[in-house]
Design a protein around this ligand. Structure first.
Ligand SMILES: Cc1cc2nc3c(=O)[nH]c(=O)nc-3n(C[C@H](O)[C@H](O)[C@H](O)COP(=O)(O)O)c2cc1C
Length: 259
């Protein structure tokens, strides 16, 4: 079997893609990028993506799932859809940080609030991630929903969320989770599961059924200066829109990106 230059794509399909690409007129010779895109997809799939169809409109304009002038509203809408389609943890984000030596780090956390200008999650302030968040003062995360074939990427400065907002979220958690937050010395070595359970028993006896928020536990708000909304397209011709702003008070600039 001949090796395929397109990796996972079977050799036959690769040939077809290359042939069709070769036949396409150069961009300047066609009426618009949209008509060129429709032609290419028509040749590949037999489907015409005209601007009259929702799928076709996505080729030319920022409409449908990408529409609007508030990226937080778009993120909320996408998460709302994912809450109906994802089997588990639709609000899970892969949170990326960088340590003092510049080495990146990443782990999942649950996004708890999408505010007017920020994304909030909660954790232990003595954990590795907290050290990295406090040290660098900025972070990035990605949300990916397999069921929707979409991702949202977010980057920007971070700050702690403490006081009444963190107290209210802490109070909304189950008693076991509230006590667990007290018992876990997150990210530090633990000799056994038994030691952790003994610690839970100790804090339960000490704090009872209404523990206050631990002083070493609270939230972080990431206020994005950059977001990207990505949706899967046919033949890896995905749609990407990057939103950027110089600072929190500036207007957003939206740019369509190559897949
Ligand atoms: C789906 C999922 C959700 C998680 N949510 C949180 C969370 O909201 N907060 C948190 O501190 N850890 C959460 N964790 C655990 C973290 O991934 C990580 O193990 C822990 O926070 C310690 O990370 P660190 O050592 O980098 O600080 C979650 C893990 C998974 C898989």
């Amino acid at each position: 079997m001949r090796p395929s230059l397109l990796g996972g794509v079977p050799a036959g399909v690769g040939e077809r893609l290359c042939t069709i690409k070769g036949r396409l007129p150069p961009r300047r010779d066609v009426g618009s990028v949209a008509s060129q895109g429709s032609l290419a997809l028509h040749l590949l799939t037999g489907r015409v993506l005209s601007p009259e169809t929702p799928e076709g409109l996505r080729v030319t304009e920022r409409t449908g799932i990408f529409a609007g002038d508030d990226p937080f509203a778009i993120a909320r809408a996408w998460l709302g859809e994912a809450e109906r389609t994802e089997p588990n943890d639709p609000s899970a984000i892969a949170l990326a940080t960088v340590d003092a030596s510049g080495l990146p780090n990443v782990r999942m956390v649950l996004l708890k609030e999408i505010e007017a200008q920020g994304f909030v999650f909660y954790t232990n302030y003595e954990s590795s991630k907290a050290e990295e968040l406090d040290g660098a003062g900025r972070a990035a995360f990605v949300m990916h929903w397999k069921s929707l074939r979409r991702q949202v990427r977010v980057r920007g400065p971070v700050e702690r969320v403490e006081g009444p907002q963190a107290d209210a979220y802490y109070a909304s958690r189950s008693l076991q989770s509230r006590l667990g937050a007290w018992a876990s010395r997150q990210s530090r070595p633990l000799d056994s599961r038994g030691s952790l359970l003994a610690e839970v028993a100790k804090v339960t006896a000490r704090l009872g059924t209404n523990p206050p928020r631990p002083p070493f536990w609270g939230g972080y708000r990431l206020t994005p200066l950059e977001l990207e909304f990505w949706a899967d397209g046919p033949f890896r011709l995905h749609d990407r829109f990057r939103w950027t702003r110089g600072d929190v008070d500036s207007d957003w600039t939206v740019t369509r990106l190559n897949p």
